[in-house]
Write a protein that binds this ligand. Structure first.
Ligand SMILES: Nc1ncnc2c1ncn2[C@@H]1O[C@H](COP(=O)(O)OP(=O)(O)OP(=O)(O)O)[C@@H](O)[C@H]1O
Ligand SMILES: [Mg+2]
Length: 695
C-alpha cells in the first residue's frame, strides 16, 4: 500500500517553469515516461499532444492540455542526485512541454459512496506557480474530466481515446438548445454523427421514459432537410416509423413531398419571381392579397363587397386626381377602360348574392360601368381598346360605387387581406390573375415583367417534378401539413420527418428549404404565443454551406432565393432558441457559411478539416489559447471529432460510437476497385435513365 504522498510522487512528470494566463511551460523529469505511462493504473500514452495533466493547488488541481512537446538543449542536465556545479557539461537535451489551462478539478464526494469523486469546473481560479509539480491524472480523474455529471450525462455519443476511453455524454438541452454545427471534410463522418446523435438521443429518452413507467414514444420532433437524399433509410427501423417525404413519384413507405405555393409568403414569391421592388413587387403583392382574400371563406359577402369596391373607388379617385393623364391618351385610356370593365364584372358577380337594396345598387353600378365602357370601346380587326374617357365618366362610376357602399350594413369592415398569411388559394389562378392586374395597371415594363412572371409560374406548375410539390393533386390543409412535417401531438406518428430534396430542381431548392424552415420557425413561434411554453423542435440542415452561404459584398435590388434562404436561417439562429427551435447544421466548408449563423452556434463537433481557410475559421471560434487543440484537425481519423462549446465543460476528443451499416446515412465511399475488378456488378442501361430524365 502506498501513501498518498508516494502516489503523488509516482505520478509527477515535471515541474512548472513558466506561467502566463494562457500558457504554462513545464520541464519534464528525466524519468518521466517516454511513450506510455504505466503508473496511472491503466497504461496511458504520455506525453501526447492533447492529453491532460494536472497541477495540484489548494482548490483542487488545474487541468491542462498538452499543446506542444519538444526538446531544448540545456548547458547541464537536471540533476537529481549530487549537484556538482564544478563540472563542465556538454549541452544536454531536456524535454519540455507547453500546456493550456482548461479548468479546475475539485473533490466532490458522491452521496452515500465511499469513493472520492472529482468534479470539473470551467475556468482556473488559482494559477500554478513556478516550481509546482505536474502530475499525470489517474484513470478516475481522467474520467471525471471527460465524463460529465448529472444532467449532462443524458446521451452517450462516444468515448474519449485520450482519457482512458471514458464515455463522452452530452445533455440534449445544451447541445440542441443553442444550435450545433457539425463541421468537417467530405467523408469525415458528419452525417453519421448527426444520424447517431438523433438516434442515441431518442433511444436515451425512451429508456428514461420506460424507467419512469411511461408508455408511448418520446415526445420529440426532428425535421431533417436532406438535399442529397442520404437519410431515407437511416431510421427505418425506429418505431413509430419516421415520415419520409420525397419528390413524386415516391418509393414505397415514403410520402409525396408537398409544399403548396399558397404557403409561401410575399418575400418567397418575390425572390422566386425575381420581382424588382419598384413596379413589379407591388403587383405581385396585390395578386397575393387578392387571391388570399378571395379565398378567405370566412369573409362574409358584404365584407368582400366592401373591400373590393372600396379599393376600386380608391383607384378611380387616383385617376381623377391625376386629371386628363389619368383617363385620356394611351395607355391611360386603355387602363381606365380595363378598370371600369372589371368593376362591371365584379358588380354583376355579387349582384346575385346580396339583399334587395344592395342588389339594386350593384345592378345599377354594373349597368353604369357597362354603358361607360361600351360607349368608349373600339374594335378593329387586329386590336381593341378605349377612346379617351372624361372626368364625368369616371365620376359617374364613383357615384354609383358610393351608393353601393352606402347600402352596406353599418360597421361592415373588410378583413384586411394579408399577403403573407398561409391562406389556401388556387395557385393555378396566379398567372391569370397577374395578367389581369397588369392590364389594370399598365405600363410597358410592368406588362413585360408580368409576362415573364406569369410564364415562370405556369412553367413551375407544369414542371413534372415541381408541379406536384407546389400544387399537390390532393389539396392539403395547412394544419395537416404541420402535423405531417412538424409532428402530431405526443409524436405518435413518429419523431423524425425527413425531407428528401434530392430531386427538387436546383433553381427552386433554396425557396423550398427557406419556406420549410420559415414555417417550422413560425409554427414554434405561434405555439409559444398560444401556450406560453415552447415546443422543443430540432431542424437539421445538411450541406449548410450551400443554403446558408456567407453574404457577398454586392447589394442587389432583388433578393435572390439564396439570400432569402440565408436570411431565414440567420433569423432562426438568432431567435430560434427562445421558441425551442434548435438548429443542427452540417457543413464541409465552414469558411463559406454565414458568419451570423456560425456565431450563433454554441456547440461544435469538428471532424477532420484539411483546408487551411476552414481551419483558420474554426480556430477563431475558440478562445485563443485553445487554438492549438485544433491543430490536430487535419490529422483526425474517421469517426474522431473534437467536441467543444456550450455542451461540454472542456473540449474533448471524441471517438463517435460506431453506427451499424444499416443505420448510416447512405453515403458510403464509391467502390471503384470492386467495380473494376467485378467483385460488384454495375450494369449500365442509359436508355431507362434517359427516358426517365426526358419524359
Ligand atoms: N459513427 C460512425 N459509425 C460508422 N461509420 C462511420 C461513422 N462515421 C463515419 N463513418 C464512415 O465514414 C463514411 C463517411 O461518413 P459520412 O457520410 O458521415 O461523411 P460526411 O462527413 O457526412 O461526408 P459528406 O460531407 O460527403 O456528406 C461512412 O460511410 C462510414 O463508413
Ligand atoms: Mg454527409
Amino acid at each position: 500500500m502506498t501513501t498518498p504522498i508516494e502516489r503523488i510522487a509516482a505520478l509527477t512528470v515535471g515541474t512548472v517553469e513558466y506561467v502566463s494566463p494562457d500558457q504554462i511551460k513545464v520541464l519534464l523529469e528525466l524519468d518521466a515516461p517516454q511513450a506510455t505511462a504505466l503508473n496511472t493504473g491503466v497504461p496511458i500514452g504520455f506525453p501526447r499532444i492533447n492529453s491532460y495533466v494536472l497541477i495540484p493547488n489548494e482548490a483542487g488541481a488545474v487541468v491542462a492540455l498538452v499543446a506542444w512537446l519538444g526538446v531544448e538543449p540545456s548547458s547541464f542536465p537536471k540533476r537529481t542526485g549530487l549537484k556538482d556545479f564544478g563540472l563542465i557539461d556538454l549541452p544536454y537535451p531536456l524535454r519540455k512541454m507547453s500546456l493550456v489551462p482548461l479548468g479546475t478539478l475539485s473533490h466532490a464526494k458522491a452521496k452515500g459512496k465511499q469513493q472520492v469523486r472529482y468534479r470539473l469546473e470551467r475556468g482556473v481560479a488559482v494559477f500554478p506557480s513556478v516550481g509546482d509539480p505536474v502530475l499525470l491524472p489517474t484513470s478516475d480523474q481522467l474520467r471525471s474530466i471527460v465524463e460529465s455529471e448529472g444532467a449532462d450525462r443524458r446521451v452517450t455519443i462516444g468515448i474519449s481515446p485520450l482519457a482512458s476511453n471514458a464515455t463522452v455524454s452530452v445533455d440534449p438541452d445544451k447541445i440542441f438548445g443553442r444550435h450545433l454545427a457539425v463541421l468537417g471534410n467530405t467523408g469525415s463522418g458528419k452525417s453519421c454523427t448527426v444520424a447517431g446523435l438523433i438516434r442515441w438521443s431518442l433511444k436515451a429518452a425512451e429508456g428514461e421514459r420506460a424507467a419512469a413507467g411511461l408508455v408511448g414514444p418520446a415526445n420529440a420532433r426532428f425535421i431533417i432537410l436532406d438535399p442529397n437524399g442520404e437519410y431515407t433509410r437511416t431510421f427505418s427501423d425506429l418505431s413509430p416509423s419516421v415520415r419520409v417525404f420525397q419528390v413524386p413519384p415516391v418509393v414505397a413507405e415514403c410520402q409525396e413531398l408537398s409544399l403548396p405555393a399558397w404557403m409561401w409568403n410575399s418575400n418567397e414569391w418575390s425572390s422566386f419571381a425575381a420581382a424588382a421592388p419598384g413596379a413589379q413587387r407591388p403587383i405581385l403583392l396585390q395578386a397575393l392579397r387578392d387571391l388570399r382574400a378571395g379565398a378567405a371563406i370566412r369573409e362574409p359577402v358584404v365584407a368582400q363587397v366592401s373591400r373590393l369596391f372600396r379599393s376600386y373607388r380608391a383607384r378611380l379617385a387616383q385617376l381623377i386626381a391625376q386629371g386628363a393623364s389619368g383617363y385620356a391618351n394611351f395607355p391611360a385610356n386603355r387602363n381606365c377602360g380595363a378598370i371600369i370593365r372589371n368593376i362591371e364584372t365584379d358588380a354583376s358577380r355579387y349582384e346575385t348574392a346580396t339583399d334587395a337594396g344592395l342588389k339594386k345598387a350593384l345592378g345599377e353600378l354594373a349597368g353604369e360601368a357597362k354603358t361607360r365602357a361600351n360607349s368608349h370601346a373600339w374594335n378593329s380587326a387586329t386590336n381593341s381598346g378605349y377612346n379617351d374617357f372624361s372626368e364625368t365618366d369616371v365620376l359617374a362610376v364613383v357615384n354609383r360605387i358610393d351608393v353601393v357602399l352606402a347600402e352596406l350594413p353599418a360597421g361592415t369592415k373588410s378583413v384586411p387581406p394579408n399577403e403573407d398569411a398561409p391562406v389556401q388559394f388556387d395557385v393555378s389562378q396566379m398567372a391569370d390573375h397577374l395578367e389581369q392586374l397588369a392590364g389594370d395597371v399598365g405600363g410597358g415594363n410592368v406588362a413585360q415583367f408580368v409576362a415573364t412572371l406569369a410564364m415562370r409560374v405556369r412553367m413551375m406548375l407544369a414542371d413534372r417534378r415541381l408541379g406536384p410539390i407546389v400544387m399537390p393533386a390532393h389539396s392539403i390543409a395547412f394544419e395537416k401539413w404541420l402535423e405531417d412535417y412538424v409532428g402530431v401531438n405526443s409524436a405518435t406518428t413518429g419523431q423524425i420527418a425527413i425531407l428528401d430534396l434530392s430531386l427538387v430542381p436546383a433553381d427552386v431548392i433554396h425557396v423550398v428549404i427557406a419556406v420549410v424552415a420559415r414555417i417550422v420557425f413560425e409554427a414554434t413561434q405561434r405555439y409559444r404565443k398560444l401556450n406560453t411554453v415552447e415546443l422543443p423542435t430540432v431542424l437539421v440542415l445538411e450541406e449548410a454551406h450551400t443554403f446558408v452561404r456567407r453574404s457577398g459584398e454586392e447589394e442587389q435590388a432583388t433578393i435572390s432565393p439564396a439570400q432569402m434562404c440565408r436570411q431565414t436561417f440567420e433569423r432562426i439562429a438568432r431567435e430560434g432558441r427562445k421558441f425551442g427551435l434548435g438548429l443542427v447544421l452540417s457543413s464541409q466548408r465552414p469558411s463559406e457559411l454565414s458568419a451570423t449563423v456560425l456565431a450563433q452556434c454554441n456547440t461544435f463537433i469538428l471532424h477532420r478539416i484539411v483546408n487551411d481557410r476552414d481551419q483558420e475559421l474554426v480556430s477563431r471560434l475558440v478562445p485563443d489559447n485553445l487554438g492549438g487543440l485544433l491543430r490536430e484537425l487535419p490529422s483526425l481519423p474517421a469517426r474522431q471529432a473534437i467536441l467543444l462549446g456550450w455542451a461540454t465543460a472542456v473540449p474533448v476528443l471524441v471517438e463517435i460510437a460506431e453506427l451499424p451499416t444499416e443505420h448510416r446515412p447512405h453515403s458510403a465511399d464509391p467502390k471503384f476497385w470492386d467495380v473494376w475488378t467485378s467483385v460488384e456488378s454495375r450494369p449500365v442501361d442509359w436508355k431507362t435513365i434517359a427516358e426517365d430524365w426526358t419524359s
